[in-house]
Design a protein around this ligand. Structure first.
Ligand code: PMP
Length: 389
């Protein structure tokens, strides 16, 4: 009968095991996941308001305050990937008709500008050629002119490999009546960052880069100044799912009784808790320094092999994601396939940098010098073989 008979046969591919190679992820993310983080996800599920789970959420909040370097009460994780952090940030911080000033050094500034337009904001963009950082003076000049409600900057621009300087930006935002929003998806834990010392009003990141956890959560933090603005909005945030007040209540940030907001991705929260535990034991500053030292060794290994870095000024480079020019005559896709066959991922460019660069991510545990050296040797060898063909 209609009730029990399906005309669609079960897909036979689902009768077989999934085929997942053990690949070392040295691209721009996700990064290789340590065993302990993977195992944490296999733990039994709990309910999203069970006391033991709520306790884990509190531990995650403390861990996030530690890695962001902030005492902000509204520090939690949005359920969703890095983009969810970006959407949540912009949705909450700005109201329709207000201006967002975007410092664009690559694709992520472009994405923030696009999102701003979708949300009915006025968008003002200050841009630089790929491979450069946006001068603080250019941001200041634009801020004085357009009086933005929000200034967006991407700390680690993963499409070009730059680390955007952040000093002085919060003063510029505040002096002109706005808030400073920073994307640290590709940089948190891999480059110096201190939310409170820098006066950042909102910062978000993602779990699959330096944290070495699976993609799926976007840690975020709002300053008191940002919360003041959010609490005094003229209109409610045009999203229930991303409303910082609702999310903050569920995560226990407002001291009130927790209300069900959504079913947290329980296993992803376990993984984030484990990732933060690894960083707490190592020390966030040790981790950042490890990325810096590792990057110095990487530059010298590539330089000796005759490669050119895409970001010319050393001080502008992101220590956890390296952009290397594709040498003349080399087929970057063939290099990538050849490394895949050896169990290693290295990526090509993104957006305007496609075809021009390789992107080598040394996130978290992948930033151990011996591992990086080995992966780089294989990369160098494959490119050299390629150029002889
Ligand atoms: N911002 C930056 C700087 C990123 O590198 C990425 C991911 N590559 C994102 C935002 C978006 O994150 P996701 O892909 O997790 O949504």
């Amino acid at each position: 009968s209609l009730r029990t008979m399906s005309s669609i046969p079960p897909p036979e591919c689902l009768f077989k095991e999934m085929n997942i190679p053990n690949r070392q992820l040295y691209g721009p993310g996700p990064s290789t996941m340590p065993q302990a983080i993977g195992s944490s996800q296999a733990q039994p599920l709990l309910g999203h308001l069970h006391p033991e789970f709520v306790e884990i959420m509190s531990q995650v909040r403390l861990g996030l305050q530690y890695v962001f370097k902030t005492r902000n009460a509204y520090t939690f994780a949005v359920s969703g990937t890095g983009h969810a952090g970006m959407e949540a940030a912009i949705l909450n911080l700005a109201e329709r008709g207000e201006t967002i000033l975007v410092a664009k050094a690559g694709i992520w500034g472009m994405r923030a500008a696009d999102l701003g337009r979708r949300l009915g904001l006025k968008v003002e963009v200050v841009e630089v050629p790929d491979g450069q950082v946006v001068p603080v003076s250019a941001i200041e000049e634009a801020a004085k002119r357009v009086k933005p409600a929000v200034i967006f900057v991407c700390h680690g621009e993963s499409s070009t490999g730059i680390a955007q300087p952040l000093e002085g930006l919060s003063k510029i935002a505040h002096d002109n009546g706005g808030l400073l929003l920073v994307d640290t998806v590709a940089s948190l834990g891999g480059a110096p960052f201190d939310a409170d010392a820098l006066g950042v009003d909102c910062v978000y990141t993602a779990t699959q880069k330096v944290l070495n956890a699976p993609p799926g959560l976007a840690p975020i933090s709002f300053s008191d100044r940002a919360m003041q603005k959010i609490k005094n909005r003229k209109e409610r945030v045009a999203s229930f799912y991303f409303d910082a007040l609702e999310l903050g209540n569920y995560w226990g940030c407002d001291g009130e009784m927790r209300r069900y907001h959504h079913t947290a991705p329980i296993s992803s929260v376990y993984a984030l808790r484990e990732a933060l535990a690894i960083i707490a034991k190592k020390g966030i500053d040790t981790l950042i320094q490890q990325h810096i030292d590792n990057a110095v060794a990487l530059y010298s290994q590539l330089d000796q092999a005759g490669f050119k870095m895409f970001v010319e000024k050393k001080e502008d480079r992101l220590p956890c994601l390296h952009t290397v020019r594709v040498p003349e005559g080399v087929d970057w896709k063939a290099v990538q396939s050849s490394l895949f066959a050896q169990g290693i991922e290295v990526a090509g460019g993104l957006g305007a940098t496609t075809g021009k660069i390789f992107r080598i991510g040394t996130f978290g545990q992948n930033s151990e010098p011996a591992k990086t050296k080995e992966v780089l040797s294989k990369f160098i060898q494959v490119v050299k073989e390629q150029s002889k063909l």
